[in-house]
Design a protein around this ligand. Structure first.
Ligand code: TYM
Length: 330
């Protein structure tokens, strides 16, 4: 079986963007591949975090994974900080990554612009190296992510190839797995930028935990345009985004949706998309509530997951340590 690795940061509740851009695809892939899905808490502390929020969000993300349909019997679910090989390979790969290439990462540039320059941590700068370690430890073939992670996947490939060329074949060079449309769910308020939970305007994003009323209200306020015609076009980014959301959930093609709404107005369309989202999220939300009341069950899953992940990760780490000339202790 081919191997899949992916992860999400517990930096707050997940958004509809995380769900449609990544999580929903993870669920589809789970029976065909050997999947490792991680909650990347070590990545989350690259920007300031309250410990109690981090603890809460980490469990919440794990609950979201399961509630969205990942089967803990079938896939390996774990928390990044539980498998120390991530930090260890991360350090090693830091020594094979360049200041220049890390400085060119657009996510770093964006995130560091938002911070006081004295508060930009070294961790934020080397963030993509830890991400490379996550992926390479499992010799992953495919990494299902949203469009915004493409550049991080490219640097992961570069680092893997560089290491393999310097020593010998050590890491599988992974391919990104990014769906064609809907891999970038846009802000409901500024449809030119991606939907993100760090947006200061909470009308711009839908959280997986948003109640039906909040979802309806946010879609009603979604920014569209003055064309008045429902078309799947870059000239109408707001409408295009709504079509994408519809399409990702209903599996209808954008063309089918456009045909269905011929001659109809935006208000009706927005209300319909809101209902589709409400219906999609309702069973997930009920399951999340249930899981968060069953912390013992979640604990069993992440402990078991870490054991499985650890065994695989250790093998790769050992191999990489040997290649660079570290003396094995066992
Ligand atoms: P993160 O936590 O920002 O996002 C998790 C996943 O959700 C996708 N995503 C979106 N997709 C479509 N539209 C959006 N608006 C949207 N917002 C987020 C992201 O592309 C991602 O797939 N660096 C990663 C976490 C990470 C990781 C890894 C991923 C750490 N190690 C190893 C894959 C493999 C991140 O910050 O994702």
């Amino acid at each position: 079986k081919k191997v899949i690795f992916s992860g999400m940061q517990p930096s707050g509740s997940l958004t509809l963007g995380n769900y449609l851009g990544a999580l929903k695809n993870w669920v589809r892939l789970q029976s065909e591949y050997d999947c490792y899905y991680c909650v990347v808490d070590m990545h989350a502390i690259t920007v300031p975090k309250e410990p109690k929020d981090l603890r809460k969000n980490t469990l919440e993300v794990l609950a979201n994974y399961i509630a969205a349909g990942l089967d803990p019997e079938q896939v390996t679910l774990f928390i990044q900080s539980h498998v120390s090989a991530h930090a260890e390979l991360g350090w090693l790969l830091n020594c094979f990554s360049y200041y220049g290439e890390l400085g060119r990462m657009t996510q770093f540039k964006d995130k560091s612009k938002k911070q006081d320059s004295n508060a930009i941590t070294a961790g934020l700068f080397t963030y993509p190296v830890l991400m490379a370690a996550d992926i390479l430890l499992y010799q992953a073939d495919l990494v299902p992510v949203g469009e915004d992670q493409r550049q991080h996947l490219e640097i992961t490939r570069d680092i893997a190839q560089r290491f393999n060329n310097r020593f010998s074949e050590t890491f599988k060079v992974p391919d990104p797995f990014i769906s064609k449309d809907g891999a970038k769910i846009m802000s409901l308020q500024e449809p030119e930028s991606k939907m993100s939970k760090s947006d200061s305007n909470d009308n711009s994003y839908i959280l997986l935990m948003d109640g039906a009323d909040a979802i309806r209200r946010k879609f009603k306020r979604a920014v569209t345009d003055s064309e008045g015609v429902i078309r799947f076009s870059d000239a109408q980014p707001g409408v295009k985004n709504l079509i994408n959301i519809h399409s990702k959930i209903t599996d209808k093609t954008p063309a089918e949706i456009v045909a269905e709404y011929e001659g109809k107005g935006y208000a009706q369309f927005k209300d319909d998309v809101a209902e589709i989202v409400v219906d999609e999220l309702k069973p997930i939300q009920e399951k999340i509530d249930y899981l968060l009341k069953n912390k013992d069950y979640l604990e069993k899953i992440y402990i078991h997951g870490a054991e499985k992940a650890e065994a695989v990760a250790r093998k790769t780490l050992r191999k990489a340590y040997k290649k660079v000339g570290f003396i094995p202790r066992f």
